[in-house]
Ligand binder design. Structure first.
Ligand SMILES: [Zn+2]
Length: 151
């Protein structure tokens, strides 16, 4: 087990939603927020990440504080206008993974990430905007690309 196995999902009914688009978001640790935003942290509170592609809010707290895409070091890959990162620890982009997955050979990017995660050499808790491991997403992306269902 590594830090990447942290899979505590945010329930949709935690009582606070994105102040911009009203989406429920997912709970993230204050550690993750502190690691990704620029400038001082607001008062302690519970934080969520807004999962909406077209919403400029990245993190919002139940005390009313919010951080937009301009306030964070790494814009989540699922947000419009991001670099499309899918692996934040090692800097892999979705386009690279898709390009590589088109070949018949095993994904070298996926294998490399799996090897690093296996040895515990990964920092998703602070490097990934969601604080969760991206490995599941990487595997799903490779599968989707291979099966031709990806657009
Ligand atoms: Zn939002």
């Amino acid at each position: 087990m590594t830090a990447c196995d942290d899979t505590a999902p945010g329930a949709a009914s935690d009582g606070f939603a994105c102040p911009a688009d009203g989406s429920p978001g997912q709970l993230v640790r204050a550690l993750t927020v502190a690691a990704n935003v620029r400038g001082p942290m607001p008062a302690p509170q519970r934080f969520k990440i807004c999962c909406s592609r077209d919403c400029e809010i990245v993190y919002f707290g139940d005390a009313g504080d919010a951080f937009s895409v301009g306030d964070v070091d790494t814009v989540p890959g699922f947000k419009a206008g991001s670099d499309g990162l899918v692996c934040y620890c090692f800097g892999h982009r979705e386009v690279d993974l898709r390009a590589e997955s088109g070949a018949a050979a095993p994904s070298r990017i996926l294998a490399a990430v799996e090897a690093r995660v296996e040895t515990g050499d990964c920092y998703c808790a602070v490097k990934s905007p969601s604080g969760r491991c991206c490995l599941g997403n990487l595997r799903a992306l490779v599968e989707a690309t291979r099966s031709g269902s990806a657009t």
